[in-house]
Structures are given as structure tokens and as C-alpha cells.
Write a protein that binds this ligand. Sequence first.
Ligand SMILES: [Zn+2]
Length: 237
Amino acid sequence: MEMKWMTMEDVRILAGSGIPVIVPFGTVEEHGPHLPLSTDTLQAYEIALRSSAITPAIVAPPIHYGQCSSTRNHPGTITLTGDTLRALSGDLIRSFSRQGFKKIILFSGHAGSIHMAALREAAQMNVDKDPSLEVAVVCDLDLLRESAADLLETPGDGHAGEIETSRILYLYPDRVGDPPEEEYPQSVHKRVVPDPERYWPGGVCGNPRAASPEKGRLLVERTAMALAKITKSFCEG
Ligand SMILES: [Zn+2]
């Protein structure tokens, strides 16, 4: 159920019931010349909704901004720092807890390492302080790799490639432009550089031309099922 439509009374009834809350996290980030900036948020929210239809959960309004490193200089990326994201997600965990929701899943549509580390650190700090809390931190790409790898044609597919283009083709077909050529970031041998855009000017990692709406449907459904399994494990204690 979508929290944005709930009322004070709905919360009064559900608080303390043990129902898990899924908080979707996304980004405002370039996704090549063909996908919208809010791709990560849109995917995370839609997958969370489908998951909550399989195993009941409250789907919180999404967090539209995240931490982006390698795309930060491409046009369209608006990033938080890891510190801000950690503080924000910590505030949310504590506020849901205060309202009586102790089972919280931070579900990210963005897999960046600093972004995920910020969410994990916020979760860790809060469960250490409050043992009544149960928090899971998971990103869609992890769930997808374990549940739907057989559907993918492109080795090493990632940002704005086969996976994301397929999902947006399925979810928002009118919002997908002409897919560009396959592109992979050049290796910089683990160096941290000030100008990562030089090494993948098109802002794509993978092959958007291998995408299809049907593949997108299967990727969304399987990821939702994998997320529902995590929610179910929360309900079973
Ligand atoms: Zn993305």
C-alpha cells in the first residue's frame, strides 16, 4: 500500500502491527541520451509497489535524490554527499521507528558504492542503538543478478544499459528515446579521478540496444518477487 495515500487513522491502525515499510531510494542522474534522469527512483518505486502486492508492506514515498560519483559531471546529475544521505536515511529510520514501524527495508534503485555504504552505515548505527529495530539494505541490481541473470544478453551490463532500458521501456514506454550504441567505461585502474565523464562520455555502461519491453516486464516482476521474499522473512521474524 502506498503511504502517500494513507491517513493518520490508517497509520494508527497499522503502527505496531509488524507490517514492514519499504523506503525506495533513487537518484536524479544522467541515464544516457535515452532514459529519464529519475530512472532509478521510478524503477525502485514500481518494483516496491509490485513487491507489496505479493507480500504486504507499506511503500513509503521515495527519496528522489542519492549519491552519484562517476556520473556527477554529466549533464543532469544532481548529487548528495554520502554524509547527507547517511544523515537523511538515519533520520527516516528513527522517525518510522518512533511511529511504531520497526521493520524497515531501504530499497535502492541505484547501486553506487558510496550511496549504498551511506545507507548501510545509517542502518548499522541505528540497529546498534535500538535492538527492537530490524533494517535491511538492498539494491535492485543485487536482487536482479540473483533472480534474473538468465534473461540478460550483455555481460557487465549496468548503468542505462540493457537492464534499465528494458525496465523503463516496460514501465514508461513513451519516455524512452532512441537507444545509443553499446558503451563501457574505460578502465582507470581503480584511480579516483576528478573527471570521470572523460572515460564514458555517453554515460552508458552496457548495451541499451539489447533491451525490450518484455524483458523489462520479466526483470521488474522477478526483482519484485525477490524483494517480496525479503519482506516475507521480516514478517516471519
Ligand atoms: Zn540507474
